[in-house]
Write a protein that binds this ligand. Structure first.
Ligand code: SF4
Length: 568
């Protein structure tokens, strides 16, 4: 054990020395950039009222005195946003990666297709005979006549067909904008069809695209639906190991959840439910039997984590499996939580073993990536998590922000009581959760949680937000607009820009390497130690490539004759 601890200490020392070196360099770099002044310049293109509003969503960071940022407010019409719709958050993000629930989109085919597999959520049934519906895109494909005469009958017919053809255990129905506007009641249809097919759990979501500011509203609606219709339905989870956890807000993009599963199998801890990468109906139904919940994407799943705590007494803590050091920290957190020396020792052995390959991969990649810069605009937590990997690569994140984050994702959960509840938030059903009369069993007493916090700095039921971990002087931008993106790229020319498919080709045409962090392009997994190694290699390849800089648009290669309009 001593050898392993020493090896690990050396690896941590190596990273620490490197971070110190980077900090000295970064200080000069970021100060020189004066990102705050540039944010003001960017906003000059907007009418003054709009500029004033946008500047509230672009703040210069100070981790010691975290500034307030405007977030989770409606995008100003006319501004090209990165955001998706509420339906996309509910169906595409939270329920979409589940493999044995049939997800029926009640709406036009475009909504269903747009939310189907574009994030590369991978699924793998345990046995070949087990269900895996993810290769199908189920939709009622409503037409003009359904808009005029109503679409409920078509939905019922779709559910009948699905039950007869696939014999599923569960069916989820998702409302899109048009069916919300014509008043189709998916919940009534679900109740009626449940009577017709008593063995099938059928439930609906009022997640019409227009319901919220972004996909974030859809996450909340999905969380409520999971709690009302699935969680707690089955007490019969059979443990393989002594300890069992949930991994919440992990969607198995590029196989991330598979990498996390492998890691927990190595340390000998059960994952009862992953929400919702490669998940099953049974996982949702038995999640309340776990001892501890780890929360990856805070924004999309914190409501479920809270409900599991209130109803069943399962504490949760923020976790991060993106980055080798972050993964090691999360594993240690699990060991400290259970306080079992055998488990703690096993975790240290696994970390030490995994770090050997990690160190080699970092050394190889960092020789080329050190000193390069990145900008990240994705999701709820991804723009935060991936900064860990860039730090390990010696790269500096200059600007970052979320598409659908709330103030607590930026500033930390401490600001939640001060967040104003507006009309958009009121659109989302608030459900009241009480301790389960027979199954509420606090896994740890208040005193035990306080001791763990004191001894190991484990923040239970808390998230400190992205700003705490970003350097002083960096720029934080919520709901980045297309105009702002172009200006930032032209001025600062980052070595890698991370966002989604809507930005990808524009960024590449500007000569900047682009990495999608919603679906990883064709890469991944990027989670856990094996994922970190994949990421180092991919980023080394992308950030050090000169191919994009060689590209010239046709008008840049040819002589152009410039002319001006002459008005008489
Ligand atoms: S905004 Fe409405 S119509 Fe568009 S994809 Fe979302 S649900 Fe469908």
């Amino acid at each position: 054990m001593k050898t392993h601890r020493k090896a690990l200490f050396n690896s941590e020392l190596c990273v620490m020395n490197y971070v110190l070196k980077k900090n000295v360099m970064a200080k000069t770099l970021i100060e020189d950039l004066d990102l705050g002044k540039f944010a003001e310049e960017i906003s000059k293109a907007y009418p003054s009222k709009i500029a004033k509003k946008r500047l509230k969503s672009m703040v210069v960071n100070d981790p010691d005195s975290i500034p307030q940022i405007q977030a989770n407010v409606r995008t100003i019409p006319g501004i090209i946003t990165q955001r998706g719709c509420t339906y996309a958050g509910c169906k595409g993000v939270v329920l979409g990666p589940t493999r044995d629930i049939i997800n029926i989109t009640h709406g036009p085919i475009g909504c269903g297709f747009y939310s189907w597999l574009t994030r590369r959520n991978q699924t793998r049934a345990d046995k070949p005979e087990m269900e895996n519906f993810i290769p199908y895109s189920f939709s009622t494909d409503i037409q003009d006549s359904n808009i005029v005469f109503g679409g409920e009958e078509k939905l019922k017919q779709a559910i009948r067909e699905a039950c007869q053809l696939f014999k599923p255990k569960g069916i989820a129905i998702f409302s899109t904008c048009p069916v919300g506007l014509i008043g189709d009641d998916v919940h009534r249809v679900a109740r009626q069809m449940k009577e017709e097919f008593p063995g099938v759990n059928i439930f609906g979501f009022s997640c019409e695209g227009y319901r919220g500011v972004s996909q974030s509203a859809g996450h909340h609606i999905a969380n409520n639906g999971l709690y009302k219709n699935l969680i707690g339905n089955n007490d019969n989870y059979v443990r393989k190991h002594k300890y069992a956890i949930n991994v919440l807000g992990e969607y198995n993009i590029g196989g991330d959840a598979f990498a996390i599963d492998t890691l927990f199998e190595k340390i000998g801890v059960d994952i009862v439910a992953t929400m919702s990468g490669n998940s099953t109906l049974e996982q949702f139904e038995t999640a309340h039997t776990a001892d501890f919940s780890l929360v990856m994407c805070h924004r999309s799943i914190n409501y479920v984590a809270e409900m599991l705590e209130t109803s069943f007494g399962i504490p949760w803590a923020k976790a991060n499996f993106i980055g080798a050091e972050a993964t090691a920290k999360t594993l240690r957190k699990v060991g400290q939580y259970f306080g079992d020396q055998k488990l703690i020792d096993r975790i240290e052995v696994v970390i030490a073993e995994e770090m050997v390959a990690v160190k080699t991969a970092i050394a190889q990649a960092r020789a080329k990536t050190e000193g390069k810069t990145a900008m990240l605009f994705v999701g709820g937590s991804r723009a935060h998590h991936y900064q860990e990997l860039f730090t390990e690569l010696g790269m500096e994140t200059l600007v970052a922000g979320y598409e659908f984050g709330h103030r607590d994702d930026y500033e930390g959960r401490r600001v939640i009581p001060s967040i104003k509840v507006d009309a958009d938030s009121r659109n989302i059903e608030e459900i009241t959760v009480y301790p389960d009369p027979t199954r509420f069993k606090p896994r740890k007493t208040e005193e035990e949680l306080a001791q763990l916090k004191e001894a190991f700095d484990i923040e239970f039921n808390d998230y400190k937000g992205i700003m705490k971990d970003m350097k002083k002087g960096t720029l934080v931008v919520d709901d980045l607009s297309h105009h702002e993106m172009e200006k930032l790229i032209l001025k600062y020319k980052p070595d890698v820009f991370c966002a989604g498919i809507k930005e990808k080709y524009v960024v590449q045409k500007m000569g900047i390497p682009m990495k999608q962090l919603h679906n990883y392009d064709n890469g991944g997994p990027y989670a856990a130690f094996e994922g970190a190694i994949n990421f180092y290699k991919d980023i080394e390849m992308i950030a050090c490539s000169t191919i994009f800089k060689q590209m010239k648009a046709p008008w840049e290669r040819e002589d152009v004759v410039e002319a001006e309009y002459v008005f008489n």
